[in-house]
Ligand binder design. Structure first.
Ligand code: WTA
Length: 635
């Protein structure tokens, strides 16, 4: 069993212990899991190269900590509860033993395609049990999984498959999303045309929509597992061998393949899951994220399963058939811990309390949020109406790069304050620095959030680009990992995340790079250049505001161009990146050296033109007034 903290005093004690001797602390946590060979050294690191190695020399297979270690004690307990998109379809539950068999069979299926240790497997799938099975099957044979969120476009999918060099792609015919079907196989076919490395495509039948099977390349999931042996020996892996690549957005255009390795990620997700959610054996835990994002990796699949937990996977969306769906699921499966994103809370709040009427919600013990700052209104609604004033809220701050939660209350233990992620977990040592890199000590300070010591779950590199890894996270502030977030530490030492300080925006909890969106806009034939910024949006947290220079208007006029720009972005990146507002402008505010002054555009998009700061370095100061005059928000 993973160690669990029970009291606030216990938290402070563990924190202190971890601070004075992180190696001993993490060694104790690691000992709760199953290793074939013990480590020679707990950690070997420097943040200059950076080189981050945890549990050096240890050998393991993460699936043995999930299965072999526990099958005799809780093999018949439920591992995965699956709730389909359509509530009339039968929910499925898989015990640990059943899941183990499915994982082994699929692992053997992958082997039959020639997948070996270190090979990359890309997944473009809906939220079905086979997705979790496939991740674990990859881990079983030492293949590196790379899940691509099923809302991305063919182009985005192709870019990621190529960057990862995936030779096998797992897909389903289609994916249900409420009343709609996304033609995943069709999108994947378009993508794979541009991916010469792909040798095989395994297709799961889910929606039974019409698809084309490509001869010599495509094979049905049910055919490939048919007759496979129910046991597949686990590949012996090094603690620092890769577990997965997950793409995320950064300040520049190209998405980054964040690489996580096995040993440290295992220890970190197992420890944080148990402690943040205060999970007890028998509880039903429901995280509403998609496995296409880090939250799904760490807190639907690995963290819960390493704890022998019952983890609920939901295929559908919160608003179908109506906005009471989450609450129906909570009642139906007697969910104890519920973890979602502020954007979902805001959207359900805006639809009214009638969808909560008649829902009992009395099984709930803990509520969680992740992905973006939660505003106080949403926090109170969640607390009062969903948690009925009984359930602590854990506002968990973390990132794709951090692998697991870094700053969060421990449910029911750490006193909470609305919109505060509160205190760092044991083993996590945050620092706040000003723009010059000077550490701001003490309380009541605000600045850039950095972490000064490694934790086991942190990313090790960007796939194929270690220089970019160093430059992005370790050069802004010497000897620190820089998160890209601004933060305030209040008078009580509590942390409140203020949002990104770089060119990353957070739209409905999805992380997007402004440069990526600009690149997509600039592909429009009539567009000269563009600049994208975030602006406050009541439901999405941030909306996407694009300022676009487009000197010649087509026959469709301004409206037509705006529409085709938005559609272009949807097509190139995916609907999640579709701009909310497109303002056609005569030019962008640029300095004499040609740099766009985004600060000004951000202010305008926020509807505040009162304090634009120094604009004297602008090449053409008049442009600012022109942009303000035709702004799409009240300035
Ligand atoms: C933001 C999601 C405020 C933050 C797990 C971070 C948050 C980015 C919170 C990472 C929170 C995440 N409060 N902001 N509780 N959690 N963020 O990589 O800006 O998709 O840098 O990981 O989301 O997003 P990512």
């Amino acid at each position: 069993m993973i160690n669990k903290i029970h009291t606030l005093g216990g938290y402070f004690h563990e924190y202190q212990k971890s601070y004075s001797n992180p190696e001993d602390f993490w060694e104790q946590q690691a000992e709760c899991l199953y290793w074939r060979k013990r480590w020679d050294k707990v950690i070997d690191w420097n943040f200059e190269e950076p080189r981050i190695n945890w549990f050096v020399g240890a050998k393991l297979n993460i699936t043995e900590s999930i299965f072999e270690k526990n099958l005799y004690t809780h093999g018949d307990n439920t591992a995965i509860i699956w709730e389909p998109n359509d509530a009339d379809e039968q929910a499925i539950s898989l015990t640990y033993r059943q899941l183990y068999v499915e994982v082994n069979k699929f692992a053997n299926a992958l082997k039959s395609l020639g997948v070996k240790k270190g090979d990359r497997v890309a997944l473009y799938m809906p939220m079905v049990p086979e997705l979790a099975i496939a991740l674990l099957a990859c881990a079983r044979i030492g293949a590196i999984h790379s899940v691509i969120f099923a809302g991305f476009s063919a182009q985005s999918l192709a870019d990621r498959i190529n960057d990862a060099g995936a030779k096998v792609v797992l897909v389903s015919d289609g994916g249900y999303r409420g009343s709609k079907i996304t033609p995943l196989k069709e999108i994947a076919d378009e993508a794979i045309e541009q991916c010469p490395v792909v040798e095989s495509v395994v297709v799961l039948k889910r929606t039974k929509c019409d698809i084309q099977m490509v001869g010599g390349r495509d094979i049905w999931w049910h055919d490939i597992i048919d007759g496979q042996d129910e046991y597949c020996p686990a590949e012996e892996m090094d603690a620092e061998d890769p577990l997965f690549i997950l793409y995320t957005s950064g300040s520049t255009g190209k998405p980054k393949g964040i690489l996580h390795t096995i040993g440290g990620y295992m220890v970190y997700t197992a420890y944080t899951f148990r402690n943040v959610f205060q999970y007890s054996r028998g509880d039903v835990y429901f995280c509403t994220a998609d496995i296409g994002w880090i939250t799904g990796h760490s807190y639907i699949v690995y963290g819960p399963l390493l704890n022998g937990a019952q983890t609920l996977m939901f295929e559908g969306i919160p608003t179908w058939p109506d906005a009471g769906r989450f609450w129906d699921i909570v009642d139906k499966h007697q969910v104890n811990q519920f973890y979602t994103a502020p954007t979902a809370i805001r959207s359900l709040l805006s639809l009214g309390n009638e969808y909560l009427a008649g829902k009992r919600l009395d099984s709930l013990k803990v509520l969680g949020t992740v992905g973006e700052p939660i505003n106080e209104d949403a926090w109170h609604w969640y607390h009062d109406h969903v948690g009925k004033n009984r359930c602590p809220i854990v506002d968990t701050w973390w990132q794709t790069e951090t692998g697991g939660v870094l700053i969060s209350p421990l449910a029911g233990i750490t006193p909470t304050k609305p919109s505060f992620a509160t205190l760092p977990l044991p083993g996590v040592f945050p620092v706040i620095v000003d723009n010059e890199g000077k550490e701001l000590k003490g309380n009541s300070v605000e600045g850039n959030l950095c972490i000064k010591f490694p934790w086991p779950g942190m990313a090790r590199t960007i796939w194929g680009d270690h220089d970019r890894f160093r430059d992005t996270y370790f050069t802004s502030f010497k000897n620190y990992y820089f998160t890209g977030d601004g933060v305030r530490r209040d008078e009580d030492g509590y942390y409140r995340i203020l949002g990104r300080v770089d060119d990353v925006i957070n739209v409905s909890g999805h992380r997007l790079g402004t440069a990526e969106i600009e690149n997509a806009i600039n592909e429009h034939p009539l567009v000269n250049e563009s600049a994208v910024v975030g602006y406050p949006h009541a439901i999405k947290g941030q909306g996407i505001y694009a300022f676009v220079v487009c000197p010649i208007l087509s026959t469709g006029g301004e409206e037509g161009i705006r529409k085709s720009i938005k559609e272009g972005v949807s097509k190139i990146i995916g609907p999640i990146a579709r701009p909310d507002l497109v303002q056609l402008v005569p030019g962008l505010p640029k300095t004499r050296s040609g740099k766009i002054m985004r600060r000004i555009l951000r202010k305008i998009a926020e509807g505040d033109a009162t304090n634009l700061g120094d604009i004297s370095t602008l090449l053409d100061e008049d442009i600012v007034g022109k942009i303000i005059d035709s702004a799409l928000v009240d300035v």
